[in-house]
Design a binder for this molecule. Structure first.
Ligand code: SF4
Length: 346
């Protein structure tokens, strides 16, 4: 049964989604705000603190925003399914590793399913016409609307007056005169609108999507160039979020944890499947080989492990390599910085 008063929002917790929610609240709608977790959005530190498979919860700023707006927050973790969207996007990537069109279609399909289950009349987003080059020009807005099965049921309150009217607008359930005609990359109109709503607590910028970062993209491109795409696991993809990535001349990739949090995160992701290296007598990183090392690679990886630890100035450092029940010890001279710098992916 349809509830004419209920609407579904794709809610990021950023300025655009906050004022879009306020617009719909001002029109008297009950808003259910879906906050998706793709595994690659949100705050980096919080992301890497959560292990794959562990229950994810939204950040405090998102929870607080929903409470202040008096909307119902519905967190949905799509990180496992999202793996395929990153690796096999039908519409390709933006300027980095961001498959924005496929991502929008995928998330909007999920939102449509919620709309149907809740009997709501539409899905709305904080999208602004022309704000993002790949996913928010007129054709891509139309395309994702159609491909998500939301034709006529997808409202963008901030740019609605510049777009075709939705079915609820035509039926008079949403007053088009109370919607907006914002377009372009400037945030000023949204900030002014927030002022008129008395909202001064919005975040200065969103948590961001890691897939749009050039640094992430370098690691992603390297992984694709050296792997069979079908065999890239979710854990391997998640390992790109963190650490110092190095590719040896032999082609073997290693990841050096840069702090305890990264070491722990990588350990959870990778240790069941790959060799990892740690200095025996000195503090330092955990280093993971995400390809099977050849015999001559072991000593090289051990030397790099020693180079990033507290024993870097010693003549000889003992490094333990482990994988499952196997364990080996290597006595090595730490490698020189210039030897590893030239192998650095990012
Ligand atoms: S920036 Fe990231 S989360 Fe946003 S549409 Fe693109 S891929 Fe999806």
């Amino acid at each position: 049964m349809t509830d004419r008063n209920k609407v579904i929002q794709m809610f990021s917790g950023g300025l655009d989604s906050i004022i879009s929610a306020q617009i719909m609240r001002n029109e008297g709608f009950e808003v259910i705000a879906i906050h998706f977790y793709t595994g690659f959005n949100g705050n980096m530190a919080r992301d890497i603190a959560g292990k794959p498979g562990e229950k994810w919860t939204p950040g405090q700023s998102v929870v607080d925003a929903a409470r202040k707006l008096d909307i119902t927050l519905m967190p949905i973790d799509v990180s496992v399914e999202y793996h395929d969207i990153i690796l096999n996007p039908r519409y390709g990537y933006g300027s980095a590793a961001n498959p924005c069109i496929d991502c929008r279609i995928f998330l909007l399909i999920k939102a449509r399913e919620v709309m149907e289950a809740e009997g709501a009349i539409l899905v709305f987003t904080g999208e602004v016409l022309g704000q993002r080059p790949m996913s928010q020009h007129r054709n891509s807005l139309r395309q994702v609307e159609k491909r998500s099965g939301l034709k006529g049921r997808l409202l963008r309150p901030l740019s609605a007056k510049l777009l075709d009217p939705t079915i609820p607008e035509k039926e008079g359930l949403v007053n088009r005169d109370h919607l907006y005609d914002i377009q372009g990359r400037s945030r000023k109109p949204q900030q002014e609108l927030a002022d008129t709503f008395g909202i001064d607590w919005y975040p200065s910028s969103g948590g961001g999507c890691l897939l749009t970062y050039k640094q992430f993209s370098k690691k992603f491109d390297d992984l694709l160039a050296h792997s069979d795409r079908d065999k890239i696991s979710l854990n391997l993809l998640c390992s790109l979020k963190t650490g110092r990535h190095i590719r040896l001349e032999s082609g073997v990739k290693i990841i050096v944890g840069r702090c305890e949090v990264e070491n722990d995160y990588l350990m959870t992701l990778l240790s069941p499947y790959y060799w990892y290296f740690e200095a025996r007598d000195f503090e330092g990183p955990t280093v993971f080989a995400t390809d099977e090392p050849a015999e001559e690679d072991f000593a090289k990886i051990a030397a790099i492990t020693a180079r990033y630890g507290k024993g870097r100035d010693e003549e000889s450092v003992a490094v333990i390599a482990k994988k499952g029940d196997e364990e080996r010890v290597f006595e090595v001279t730490p490698s020189k910085p210039e030897e590893t710098e030239k192998l650095l992916i990012c």
